[in-house]
Ligand binder design. Structure first.
Ligand SMILES: C[S@@+](CC[C@H](N)C(=O)[O-])C[C@H]1O[C@@H](n2cnc3c(N)ncnc32)[C@H](O)[C@@H]1O
Length: 281
């Protein structure tokens, strides 16, 4: 099953007809192959956060609860240690990492500002934030309009910088630097492959495994979130994801002008290990 899915990914990446191996993989029971076939049959291009319901199920089940618990616990520890009065969350989603962290600390920031481009995710988060501003914006747009006198003690971005194309991300991080004291980033340490075939075999295995963790909701999560994410990674549609190994994240943050204070392994997730980077502006 994963061999046929991997073969289909090879073909998609090369712009060739992937339908025959996808159909074979789907007949063998591949949830991802069925979801990709459905996408290819549609005439609209769906991106990873266009179906927020699928994303919300994705982050609340499968291997995500223990991952998010480790992330929120680590954030709460940082609030205890640095006592930020003003906090900025970049790409906060519906607050899955942010809200439990705020609830777990005795040193809750006085103001929590969030930036999140998805109107639906922001609508769920907004009522749960007491003091602060919730902007429906991309990080790039937000950073390009930053004015002086907007200092944050801490800016955090959990699994959101990977959604932003690398060149725009570096520029936005550079612009943010003079407005923050500290930057906290949580991202996956994804493997790199010299050979495209090896990369596609790894993607086929990891996506199929991730989809299967959702049991009866697997078709919804695979169709609404994982398939557009995967097709974007293959450049078969507009990319939704620009992830990289953790060493490359550190390098990028350093190039944006920050000083890396620590990089810590947080949790071994099925996708890849999650890491926490703390940087001084
Ligand atoms: C994997 S989710 C993580 C959400 C949240 N930080 C969490 O840990 O649950 C990625 C988030 O990045 C947001 N996002 C996508 N593009 C973005 C951009 N250009 N600027 C800021 N956030 C973006 C998505 O809407 C989504 O909420």
């Amino acid at each position: 099953m994963n061999n046929n899915l991997a073969c289909a990914l090879d073909r998609l990446a090369d712009g060739e007809n992937a339908i025959p191996p996808l159909e074979m993989a789907a007949r063998e029971g591949s949830v991802m192959a069925a979801a990709i076939l459905d996408h290819l049959a549609g005439d609209d291009e769906r991106r990873a956060y266009d179906t927020p319901h699928a994303f919300e199920i994705f982050i609340r089940a499968g291997g995500n609860p223990p991952l998010y618990e480790s992330v929120s616990t680590a954030l709460a520890r940082l609030y205890e240690r640095f006592a930020p009065r003003r906090l900025l969350d970049i790409g906060a989603g519906d607050g899955m990492a942010l809200l439990p962290a705020l609830n777990a600390t005795s040193r809750r920031p006085h103001t929590v500002d969030v930036v999140e481009p998805s109107a639906e995710l922001l609508a769920r988060l907004r009522p749960q934030l007491s003091a602060g501003t919730a902007r429906q914006q991309t990080f790039q747009a937000f950073a390009s309009r930053l004015a002086s006198g907007q200092p944050w003690d801490m800016a955090q971005a959990t699994f959101s910088l990977q959604s932003i194309p690398s060149v725009e991300r570096l520029e936005a991080l550079k612009r943010l630097r003079s407005h923050v004291t500290r930057l906290v980033v949580v991202e996956f340490d994804v493997p790199v492959f010299d050979d495209a075939r090896d990369r596609h075999a790894s993607l086929a295995r990891r996506y199929e495994q991730a989809a299967r963790e959702y049991r009866e909701q697997a078709p919804l999560v695979a169709g609404g979130f994982l398939a557009p994410m995967l097709l974007g990674q293959l450049q078969a549609t507009t990319p939704s994801n620009f992830e990289q190994p953790i060493a490359a994240w550190q390098d990028e943050i350093t190039r944006a002008g920050y000083r890396i204070a620590s990089a810590t392994h947080l949790h071994d997730y099925s996708w890849a290990p999650a890491w926490l980077i703390v940087a001084e502006a």
